[in-house]
Design a protein around this ligand. Sequence first.
Ligand code: TZP
Ligand code: MG
Length: 212
Amino acid sequence: MHFALPKIYPITDTRITKISHAEQVKKLIKGGAKFIQLREKYLSPKDFYDDALEALKIARAENVKIIINDRIDLALALKADGVHLGQDDLSPAEARKMLGENAIIGFSTHNLEQLAEAVKMPIDYAAIGPVFTTKTKENPDETVGIEIVRKARKLIGNFPLVAIGGIKATNFLDVLSAGADSTAIISDLLAEADKIEAKLKSLQTQLNKVKI
Ligand code: TZP
Ligand code: MG
Protein backbone atom coordinates (compact mmCIF):
# COMPACT_ATOMS: atom_id res chain seq x y z
CA MET A 1 0.00 0.00 0.00
CA HIS A 2 1.31 3.40 -0.95
CA PHE A 3 -0.37 5.48 1.73
CA ALA A 4 -1.26 5.08 5.37
CA LEU A 5 -4.88 5.49 6.41
CA PRO A 6 -5.21 8.02 9.20
CA LYS A 7 -7.17 6.91 12.27
CA ILE A 8 -9.43 9.92 11.79
CA TYR A 9 -10.64 10.35 8.21
CA PRO A 10 -12.48 13.63 7.58
CA ILE A 11 -15.04 13.96 4.79
CA THR A 12 -16.33 17.36 3.67
CA ASP A 13 -19.98 18.41 3.41
CA THR A 14 -21.16 21.80 2.16
CA ARG A 15 -24.76 21.40 3.39
CA ILE A 16 -23.68 20.87 6.98
CA THR A 17 -20.96 23.53 7.07
CA LYS A 18 -22.39 26.13 4.66
CA ILE A 19 -18.80 26.83 3.58
CA SER A 20 -16.90 25.67 0.50
CA HIS A 21 -14.92 22.46 0.26
CA ALA A 22 -11.78 24.59 -0.04
CA GLU A 23 -12.57 26.42 3.22
CA GLN A 24 -13.27 23.11 4.96
CA VAL A 25 -10.01 21.69 3.68
CA LYS A 26 -8.13 24.72 5.06
CA LYS A 27 -9.65 24.22 8.49
CA LEU A 28 -9.14 20.47 8.46
CA ILE A 29 -5.49 20.88 7.50
CA LYS A 30 -5.03 23.36 10.36
CA GLY A 31 -6.54 20.68 12.59
CA GLY A 32 -3.93 18.19 11.39
CA ALA A 33 -5.67 16.27 8.58
CA LYS A 34 -3.39 14.54 6.07
CA PHE A 35 -6.04 12.73 4.03
CA ILE A 36 -9.45 14.19 3.19
CA GLN A 37 -12.38 13.08 1.04
CA LEU A 38 -14.45 15.69 -0.78
CA ARG A 39 -18.07 14.53 -0.82
CA GLU A 40 -20.58 16.59 -2.79
CA LYS A 41 -24.09 15.41 -3.61
CA TYR A 42 -25.82 18.63 -4.65
CA LEU A 43 -23.56 21.15 -6.45
CA SER A 44 -23.33 21.10 -10.24
CA PRO A 45 -20.24 19.33 -11.62
CA LYS A 46 -18.86 22.70 -12.68
CA ASP A 47 -19.29 24.35 -9.28
CA PHE A 48 -17.90 21.28 -7.52
CA TYR A 49 -14.95 21.20 -9.92
CA ASP A 50 -14.05 24.84 -9.23
CA ASP A 51 -14.31 24.41 -5.47
CA ALA A 52 -12.42 21.10 -5.49
CA LEU A 53 -9.64 22.57 -7.65
CA GLU A 54 -9.12 25.27 -5.04
CA ALA A 55 -9.19 22.64 -2.28
CA LEU A 56 -6.59 20.59 -4.13
CA LYS A 57 -4.26 23.57 -4.54
CA ILE A 58 -4.39 24.20 -0.81
CA ALA A 59 -3.88 20.53 -0.01
CA ARG A 60 -0.98 20.06 -2.44
CA ALA A 61 0.92 22.94 -0.86
CA GLU A 62 0.63 21.15 2.49
CA ASN A 63 1.32 17.63 1.26
CA VAL A 64 -2.21 16.55 2.08
CA LYS A 65 -4.02 13.97 -0.05
CA ILE A 66 -7.49 14.59 -1.44
CA ILE A 67 -9.84 12.01 -2.84
CA ILE A 68 -13.18 12.60 -4.54
CA ASN A 69 -16.42 10.86 -3.68
CA ASP A 70 -18.34 9.11 -6.49
CA ARG A 71 -16.86 10.89 -9.50
CA ILE A 72 -13.98 9.23 -11.36
CA ASP A 73 -14.34 11.81 -14.13
CA LEU A 74 -13.84 14.72 -11.77
CA ALA A 75 -10.99 12.97 -9.95
CA LEU A 76 -9.29 12.54 -13.32
CA ALA A 77 -9.91 16.12 -14.46
CA LEU A 78 -8.74 17.50 -11.11
CA LYS A 79 -5.70 15.19 -10.88
CA ALA A 80 -6.90 14.31 -7.39
CA ASP A 81 -5.17 11.61 -5.37
CA GLY A 82 -8.02 9.17 -5.89
CA VAL A 83 -11.70 8.36 -5.53
CA HIS A 84 -14.10 6.85 -3.08
CA LEU A 85 -16.76 4.73 -4.77
CA GLY A 86 -20.04 3.21 -3.66
CA GLN A 87 -21.84 0.06 -4.71
CA ASP A 88 -23.73 1.92 -7.46
CA ASP A 89 -20.85 3.93 -8.87
CA LEU A 90 -18.53 2.86 -11.68
CA SER A 91 -16.53 -0.10 -10.40
CA PRO A 92 -13.14 0.09 -8.69
CA ALA A 93 -11.74 -1.91 -11.63
CA GLU A 94 -12.88 0.82 -14.04
CA ALA A 95 -11.48 3.48 -11.72
CA ARG A 96 -8.13 1.69 -11.55
CA LYS A 97 -8.00 1.53 -15.36
CA MET A 98 -8.76 5.22 -15.68
CA LEU A 99 -6.79 6.64 -12.76
CA GLY A 100 -3.79 4.32 -12.79
CA GLU A 101 -1.69 2.40 -10.31
CA ASN A 102 -0.92 5.30 -8.00
CA ALA A 103 -4.50 6.44 -7.40
CA ILE A 104 -6.01 5.77 -3.99
CA ILE A 105 -9.28 3.91 -4.44
CA GLY A 106 -11.72 3.37 -1.59
CA PHE A 107 -14.93 1.35 -1.81
CA SER A 108 -18.03 1.37 0.40
CA THR A 109 -19.67 -1.81 1.65
CA HIS A 110 -22.73 -2.29 3.83
CA ASN A 111 -22.49 -5.91 4.92
CA LEU A 112 -19.95 -8.74 5.21
CA GLU A 113 -20.86 -10.26 1.83
CA GLN A 114 -20.07 -7.02 0.04
CA LEU A 115 -16.90 -6.67 2.09
CA ALA A 116 -15.71 -10.17 1.14
CA GLU A 117 -16.15 -9.23 -2.53
CA ALA A 118 -14.53 -5.81 -2.05
CA VAL A 119 -11.21 -7.15 -0.84
CA LYS A 120 -10.76 -9.00 -4.14
CA MET A 121 -11.04 -5.71 -6.03
CA PRO A 122 -8.19 -3.34 -6.97
CA ILE A 123 -8.84 -1.04 -4.00
CA ASP A 124 -6.65 0.50 -1.30
CA TYR A 125 -9.22 0.31 1.46
CA ALA A 126 -12.75 -0.90 2.07
CA ALA A 127 -15.28 1.02 4.13
CA ILE A 128 -18.13 -0.54 6.09
CA GLY A 129 -21.22 1.18 7.42
CA PRO A 130 -23.31 2.89 8.51
CA VAL A 131 -21.98 1.62 11.84
CA PHE A 132 -24.41 3.83 13.78
CA THR A 133 -27.46 5.87 12.80
CA THR A 134 -26.60 8.75 10.48
CA LYS A 135 -28.53 11.77 9.30
CA THR A 136 -25.87 12.79 6.80
CA LYS A 137 -26.54 10.19 4.12
CA GLU A 138 -29.81 10.15 2.20
CA ASN A 139 -31.39 6.70 2.12
CA PRO A 140 -28.65 5.03 4.14
CA ASP A 141 -28.34 1.26 4.21
CA GLU A 142 -29.29 -0.48 7.43
CA THR A 143 -27.14 0.36 10.45
CA VAL A 144 -24.64 -2.46 10.92
CA GLY A 145 -23.50 -1.84 14.52
CA ILE A 146 -20.06 -2.00 16.07
CA GLU A 147 -20.06 -5.82 16.19
CA ILE A 148 -19.76 -5.94 12.43
CA VAL A 149 -16.48 -4.06 12.66
CA ARG A 150 -15.08 -6.88 14.80
CA LYS A 151 -16.43 -9.48 12.36
CA ALA A 152 -15.12 -7.48 9.40
CA ARG A 153 -11.64 -7.40 10.88
CA LYS A 154 -11.65 -11.18 11.36
CA LEU A 155 -12.95 -11.72 7.85
CA ILE A 156 -10.43 -9.59 5.98
CA GLY A 157 -7.22 -10.03 7.99
CA ASN A 158 -5.10 -6.92 7.76
CA PHE A 159 -6.83 -5.41 4.71
CA PRO A 160 -7.27 -1.64 5.34
CA LEU A 161 -10.70 -1.02 6.86
CA VAL A 162 -12.57 2.26 7.34
CA ALA A 163 -15.69 2.46 9.51
CA ILE A 164 -18.31 5.11 8.70
CA GLY A 165 -21.70 6.33 9.86
CA GLY A 166 -22.65 8.08 13.09
CA ILE A 167 -19.08 8.08 14.34
CA LYS A 168 -18.28 10.81 16.84
CA ALA A 169 -15.98 11.96 19.60
CA THR A 170 -17.78 9.71 22.07
CA ASN A 171 -17.53 6.45 20.10
CA PHE A 172 -14.63 6.62 17.63
CA LEU A 173 -12.13 5.05 20.02
CA ASP A 174 -14.47 2.07 20.52
CA VAL A 175 -14.78 1.66 16.75
CA LEU A 176 -11.00 1.73 16.35
CA SER A 177 -10.65 -0.78 19.21
CA ALA A 178 -13.16 -3.03 17.47
CA GLY A 179 -10.75 -3.31 14.55
CA ALA A 180 -11.21 -0.38 12.17
CA ASP A 181 -7.95 1.14 10.91
CA SER A 182 -9.74 4.41 10.41
CA THR A 183 -12.97 6.18 11.38
CA ALA A 184 -14.59 8.41 8.74
CA ILE A 185 -16.45 11.29 10.34
CA ILE A 186 -18.69 13.91 8.77
CA SER A 187 -21.31 15.63 10.95
CA ASP A 188 -19.58 15.39 14.31
CA LEU A 189 -16.49 17.04 12.88
CA LEU A 190 -18.28 19.65 10.76
CA ALA A 191 -21.35 20.59 12.81
CA GLU A 192 -19.88 23.96 13.76
CA ALA A 193 -17.82 25.38 10.91
CA ASP A 194 -15.80 27.71 13.12
CA LYS A 195 -14.82 24.83 15.41
CA ILE A 196 -13.63 22.29 12.81
CA GLU A 197 -9.95 22.81 13.57
CA ALA A 198 -10.45 22.60 17.35
CA LYS A 199 -12.69 19.55 17.02
CA LEU A 200 -10.19 17.61 14.93
CA LYS A 201 -7.39 18.52 17.32
CA SER A 202 -9.44 17.35 20.29
CA LEU A 203 -10.13 14.00 18.62
CA GLN A 204 -6.41 13.64 17.97
CA THR A 205 -5.68 14.46 21.61
CA GLN A 206 -8.12 11.78 22.75
CA LEU A 207 -6.44 9.36 20.39
CA ASN A 208 -2.96 10.21 21.63
CA LYS A 209 -3.96 9.36 25.20
CA VAL A 210 -4.74 5.74 24.39
CA LYS A 211 -2.95 2.87 22.69
CA ILE A 212 -4.99 1.47 19.82
N1 TZP B 1 -21.76 6.28 4.15
C1 TZP B 1 -22.27 5.52 5.11
S1 TZP B 1 -22.80 6.45 6.42
C2 TZP B 1 -22.33 7.89 5.67
C3 TZP B 1 -21.79 7.61 4.43
C4 TZP B 1 -21.27 8.59 3.48
C5 TZP B 1 -22.50 9.23 6.28
C6 TZP B 1 -21.65 9.44 7.48
O1 TZP B 1 -21.87 10.72 8.04
P1 TZP B 1 -21.85 10.99 9.58
O2 TZP B 1 -22.34 12.41 9.72
O3 TZP B 1 -20.43 10.86 10.06
O4 TZP B 1 -22.79 10.01 10.23
MG1 MG C 1 -21.01 7.06 -3.83
